[in-house]
Design a protein around this ligand. Structure first.
Ligand code: ATP
Ligand code: MG
Ligand code: MG
Length: 550
């Protein structure tokens, strides 16, 4: 899977290994279990697990579970499934930041004993106000100079649940005038009387992200702690904790640009809103950019991994064109999805020179270039369905499909001519009467050219299918940039159009999640939920036309 996309972290690690500066690498993927993973997380997964694979190192899965109010076991399970589905395996057991709560608490006490942390009684609003701004230094809290003994006692009481939420916090004593606001006495512990999915009711205080992450990395022996650019400003704090605590190892934080995709939300919080508001059919709705949504839509793990390789890893923020993702999945399915015929907008054709009850069956390759794929049996009968868009009563000049008095080839079968158009009283077309030229099976007709080829399905033997046509969920290029109240105003009203189609009989037993190219139409995947209930429901993964400009 090599592309020429830049990956500065891979290059850096290769340099470290070649120069003997590093002999093994340990990375980690650290999701918070507060939602399902999305395509941006896929980039991080491919990077962290991919580096470990490439350099013979290890990659841990560690749930960053410091905010019990927003976290759930169901998210933990879904995240594990998604990583496995993408084709990665974490090293050793699943880890949790909460595994380290005892150690983190001991280290918090250590900082207090060293005079490097204190208990603050300011309210959250006051703390924000005292912290200052980019242009204005912060002011010290009136509680900043409590004695170490008093702080130790108060911290213990916080831990024992003697105070209400918001009444007190533990802060590092660093520098209220620092140019980096993250160093202006950051919060280490907050009071939360919440039950935790891993630790139950044991804790009444929970460590902050900043106090947890680097130390967890150190405990696990992570060598390269890779995160997105928003954390660049936190790196001095990450390093401050490692410098001021007796940690067993010295991890390094490296930042890269997060993935932003146009027409796509990559914020768990906003995706959760779509789910909670019932705008989509759950986290794995095929329109969702979640890994499980992409799976249900018909994307393959290989295509997602390829896409993550193509976009590269840099420190330059940008907006990736979703056409590139479509390109990745399309080229995978082009090579690997068997072909089938399915009519989405059925128009009846009666072949007047075929007898009732007559049936002939063609053996058709499953894929034009893949002899390993089983042949399909495609029956032709007197009555067929074609797509209504393949017929025009008064066609323009370059219309090479069916029209009154004109000929077209039925894919894999004969050339037919439209002899008569039958209509309802209201003028709607009811059916076409056509006749076969029996001298055209597998050969060109005599003395004339027939340019058009259309797909079709036997009316007697075809199977009804529900087909869900998906499009982008948003009409604006950067829905993430919209304010919270506004982004829902930019939903695409046509992001899901459901039609009843007729498919060739070989699709009758399509297994959940099997993928096909419906010839001349697009790529489709049997819905993993609906088809389990015995319905034939196909989700459109992507159309046939490649819009990605290289
Ligand atoms: P969100 O903002 O969507 O909630 P998050 O960063 O808060 O994402 P986490 O569960 O903390 O979600 O993310 C786990 C890992 O995935 C982190 O290392 C994070 O940097 C990375 N990650 C999250 N979003 C992206 C993205 N869009 N591109 C690349 N990596 C991402
Ligand atoms: Mg995060
Ligand atoms: Mg988040």
């Amino acid at each position: 899977e090599s592309t020429n996309a830049p990956n500065f972290i891979r290059n850096q690690i290769r340099g470290e290994i070649e120069s003997g500066q590093a002999d093994t690498i340990v990375t980690r993927f650290p999701p918070e279990p507060n939602g399902f993973l999305h395509v941006g997380h896929a980039k991080s997964i491919c990077l962290n697990f991919g580096l470990a694979e490439q350099f013979g190192g290890r990659c841990h899965l560690r749930f960053d579970d410091t905010n019990p109010a927003k976290e759930e076991q169901a998210y933990i399970d879904a995240i594990k499934d998604d990583i496995h589905w993408l084709g990665f395996e974490w090293s050793g057991k699943v880890r949790f930041a909460s595994d380290y709560f005892d150690q983190l608490y001991a280290w918090a006490r250590h900082l207090v004993e060293q005079g490097k942390a204190y208990v603050d009684d300011l309210s959250p609003e006051e703390i924000r106000e005292y912290r200052g701004t980019l242009t204005e230094p912060g002011r010290p809290s009136p509680y900043r100079d409590r004695s170490n003994d008093e702080n130790l006692d108060l911290l213990e009481r916080m831990k024992n649940g003697e105070y209400a939420e918001g009444e007190k916090v533990l802060r590092a004593r660093i520098d209220m005038a620092s140019g980096n606001i993250n160093l202006r006495d950051p919060i280490l512990y907050r009071i939360r009387h919440a039950s935790h999915h891993q630790t139950g009711d044991k804790w009444k205080i929970y460590p902050s992200y900043d106090f947890t992450h680097g130390q967890s990395d150190a405990i696990e022996g992570i060598t390269h702690s890779i995160c997105t650019l928003e954390f660049e400003d936190h790196r001095p704090l990450y390093d401050w904790f490692l410098d001021n605590l007796p940690v067993p190892a010295r991890p390094r934080q490296i930042e890269f640009a997060r993935l932003n995709l146009n027409y796509t939300l990559t914020s768990k919080r906003k995706l959760k809103l779509l789910v909670d508001e019932g705008i989509v059919d759950g986290w794995d709705d095929p329109r969702m950019p979640t890994i499980s949504g992409m799976r249900r839509r018909g994307y393959t793990p290989a295509a997602i991994r390829k896409f993550c390789e193509m976009i590269g890893v840099t420190r330059a923020d940008g907006l990736v064109d979703i056409a590139m993702l479509y390109h990745a999945i399309r080229s995978d399915l082009e090579d690997n999805a068997p072909r089938a015929m399915c009519v989405l907008k059925p128009l009846k054709v009666v072949l007047t020179n075929v007898e009732e009850g007559h049936e002939e069956v063609y053996e058709v390759p499953g894929h034009p270039a893949r002899e390993d794929m089983p042949v399909r049996k495609v029956p032709l009968t007197r009555e067929l369905w074609i797509d209504a868009d393949d017929f025009m009563e008064a066609p323009p000049k370059k219309f090479f499909r069916l029209a009154p008095g004109k000929e077209v080839r039925l894919r894999n079968s004969y050339v037919i001519r439209c002899d008569e158009v039958l209509k309802e009283d209201n003028g709607e077309i009811r059916e076409l009467h056509c006749s076969i030229d029996f001298d055209t099976l597998g050969k060109n007709p005599e003395g004339r050219k027939v340019k058009g080829v259309i797909h079709w399905v036997s009316a007697e033997r075809g199977v009804p299918v529900e087909v869900r046509l998906y499009d982008n969920l948003f009409q604006v290029e950067a829905p993430s940039k919209e304010a919270d109240a506004d982004f829902l105003a930019h939903l695409n009203p046509d992001s899901l159009i459901t039609v009843q189609g007729i498919a060739e009989p070989s699709l009758a037993d399509a297994a959940p999640e099997s993928r096909y190219q419906f010839e001349r139409v697009g790529y489709f995947c049997a819905d993993r939920h609906a088809s389990r209930d015995g319905h034939l429901v196909f989700n459109r993964t992507v159309g046939l036309k490649d819009g990605w400009a290289r």
